[in-house]
Write a protein that binds this ligand. Structure first.
Ligand SMILES: *[C@@H]1O[C@H](CO)[C@@H](O)[C@H](O)[C@H]1NC(C)=O
Ligand SMILES: *[C@@H]1O[C@H](CO)[C@@H](O)[C@H](O)[C@H]1NC(C)=O
Ligand SMILES: *[C@@H]1O[C@H](CO)[C@@H](O)[C@H](O)[C@H]1NC(C)=O
Ligand SMILES: *[C@@H]1O[C@H](CO)[C@@H](O)[C@H](O)[C@H]1NC(C)=O
Ligand SMILES: *[C@@H]1O[C@H](CO)[C@@H](O)[C@H](O)[C@H]1NC(C)=O
Ligand SMILES: *[C@@H]1O[C@H](CO)[C@@H](O)[C@H](O)[C@H]1NC(C)=O
Ligand SMILES: *[C@@H]1O[C@H](CO)[C@@H](O)[C@H](O)[C@H]1NC(C)=O
Length: 373
């Protein structure tokens, strides 16, 4: 059966490059004052970070890959001290470059320990458009928040480096814009009658054991071996390069409103050694997310919160490859209520900003729990 759930994969990666900073403070135009809203109860909403610089990005729309990359290049040009747009090593099957946003606050001084790194992997499943969209908003919010001196954001970017892959699977994403809105996989030619590998079944953890199909026309075809695909290979490359300073990895999907704690392939086998801590932080994220707009996100292992196990997923592989790390998947809006509809992948454009706001609050809560703030 086709599993139509969207996973949010936010990958936090630590870079080995020397950070640089120019003295020039460039800022976005049209920044408005942050709005602090209070809610009754124990938690306080975080400030709303304004992102209304419509000359660069319109967050009320879904954009194609070319448009997104152009917008990011503009933001990079205006903020060379905070942001670097990098290219991951392997081009896709259709020869697209896979770009990654690297965000960094103040530079390290000689002799400082390397900064912790956070990797966010988004858009690995083509049709889950909300995943790239909210991460574009997050890039915007982090840069504008830093410029305005928001204390949480300043601490996040000064204390850690953020690596965000907004569209991990650009071939599939473009195909979902042009041809088939419900496309999920990449676009590799497998046989004359079928294309595409499910990239989030292609990681080297319990490869091809659960929730996969060896029929290449199916949506959960995992490929013939782990990391056979340039897109998953890129993630492996990044994680391995950052592993000595990687503290968090987030894979961002849709839909179901859940936070997925490894292992996703089984609840019967021994859990990761840091399972309790991962679950605790996941719940903190979910509770911060709920405060913003009242949307409830459940937290747990996939078989419990989604109703099925899946093998070869990125967050499971990162948890295995970098033991002790905080690695989770996030499934964004809408909630699933135990039933599946294709329509649910087509989240209305009006929901991009509210979804991004709650997701961002989850990331701030995570950063706080990991002592990056
Ligand atoms: C920073 O985060 C804390 C708690 O996570 C929150 O109470 C505070 O309002 C935040 N500050 C801003 C300016 O958002
Ligand atoms: C942004 O996109 C929305 C939805 O398509 C549109 O209504 C709005 O006018 C756009 N804003 C700008 C400033 O272009
Ligand atoms: C992307 O969208 C823009 C604006 O709608 C359009 O002009 C352009 O042709 C699209 N690019 C591709 C590759 O589809
Ligand atoms: C960078 O910022 C952090 C926190 O904002 C501060 O503790 C640290 O001293 C700063 N480092 C440099 C080199 O400015
Ligand atoms: C990725 O690129 C490396 C170096 O060119 C190559 O050896 C490897 O086969 C590529 N992997 C995939 C899955 O495309
Ligand atoms: C994790 O929590 C469970 C249930 O609260 C507990 O039984 C178990 O001992 C804890 N594991 C570790 C390693 O602390
Ligand atoms: C299935 O989803 C619809 C909304 O799309 C909801 O109204 C309905 O209650 C759900 N069914 C179950 C069994 O949860």
């Amino acid at each position: 059966m086709v599993r139509p759930l969207v996973y949010l994969c936010v990958c936090l990666v630590v870079s080995t490059t020397v950070l640089h900073k120019t003295a020039v403070a460039l800022s976005y135009e049209g920044v408005t004052d942050a709005l602090i809203k209070r809610v009754t109860g124990q938690r306080e909403k975080l400030a709303v970070i304004s992102t209304d610089h419509n000359d660069v990005m319109n967050h009320s729309k879904y954009h194609n890959y070319t448009e997104m990359m152009e917008m990011l290049r503009t933001v990079e040009r205006r903020n060379p001290d905070l942001m670097t747009l990098r290219e991951l090593p392997n081009r896709t099957y259709e020869e697209r470059a896979v770009k990654m946003v690297e965000l960094h606050g103040n530079s390290s001084q000689a002799g400082d320990p390397p900064k912790p790194a956070v990797v966010i992997e988004a858009g690995i499943h083509a049709r889950e458009w909300i995943s790239p969209a909210v991460n574009l908003w997050v890039v915007d919010a982090l840069i504008q928040g830093y410029r305005k001196g928001d204390p949480n954001i300043t601490a996040m970017l000064d204390n850690s480096d953020w690596y965000i892959i907004p569209v991990t699977n650009p071939d599939g994403y473009e195909f979902s814009h042009k041809e088939d809105r419900m496309w999920r996989k990449n676009r590799r030619d497998i046989r004359w009658y079928c294309k595409g590998v499910d990239l989030n079944r292609n990681f080297d953890v319990e490869f091809s054991t659960t929730d996969v199909s060896n029929r290449c026309w199916e949506e959960i075809y995992p490929g013939d071996q782990p990391f056979s695909e340039p897109e998953s290979f890129n993630v492996k490359y990044l994680v391995e390069n950052l592993q000595h300073r990687l503290v968090a990895y987030v894979s961002v999907h849709s839909y179901s409103q859940v936070i997925l704690i490894p292992w996703g392939y089984s609840t019967d086998l021994p859990k990761p050694p840091n399972f309790n801590e991962t679950l605790r932080i996941g719940r903190e994220m979910a509770s911060a997310m709920e405060v913003r707009h009242g949307k409830v996100y459940r937290t747990g292992q996939a078989p419990d919160v989604l109703g099925y196990a899946s093998s070869g997923t990125s967050e499971d592989w990162v948890m295995k490859a970098v033991p002790g790390i905080f690695a989770v998947g996030i499934e964004l809006r809408p909630a699933a209520f135990g039933n599946f509809t294709f329509e649910a992948f087509e989240l209305e454009e009006e929901q991009i900003v509210p979804t991004a706001e709650e997701y961002f609050d989850g990331l701030v809560a995570m950063a706080k729990e990991l002592q990056l703030i």
